[in-house]
Write a protein of this length. Structure first.
Length: 138
């Protein structure tokens, strides 16, 4: 009977030790803590900033192209790459992706689409094309 108790106790202790050892390796399982997630986001934003500087983009363009990236980290990466490129006399690489349209120009085309008033018809009537076509249709 005593052998049974020792065997049972050995299984319990071994199981507990294996459980503790398994839980201590949570980092290896890919479980991300909030601190590690924040560190990763900052590192990604720094990489974005340095890539923008290497591609000869202005920091404002970088902010527009990457709205979810943390701006302070993007700027830090951009500044670090700028210092590195100046120290080593490196030239940037022309970007392949075109620069984004300025916010003022991007909002102008969407404004007439939102208004279905007669105001949108008046600018078309001034050149002569829209006025004559509309008057002949009525």
């Amino acid at each position: 009977m005593a052998a049974w108790r020792w065997t049972r106790a050995w299984f319990v202790v071994t199981g507990m030790l294996m459980g503790v050892m398994g839980l201590s390796g949570c980092d290896q399982l890919g479980i991300e803590t909030p601190e590690k997630a924040a560190e990763r986001q900052v590192a990604d934003a720094k990489a974005v900033g340095s890539a923008c500087r290497h591609a000869m983009r202005a920091i404002e363009d970088c902010y527009l192209l990457n709205p979810k990236a943390e701006k302070s980290a993007v700027f830090t990466g951009w500044r670090e790459m700028d210092e590195y490129m100046r120290e080593n006399k490196l030239e940037g690489i022309a970007p392949v992706v075109p620069r984004p349209a300025p916010p003022a120009a991007a909002s102008k085309p969407s404004a007439p689409a939102d208004n279905d008033d007669e105001d949108t018809e008046e600018p078309e009537a001034k050149p002569g094309k829209g006025k004559s076509a509309k008057s002949s249709g009525h």
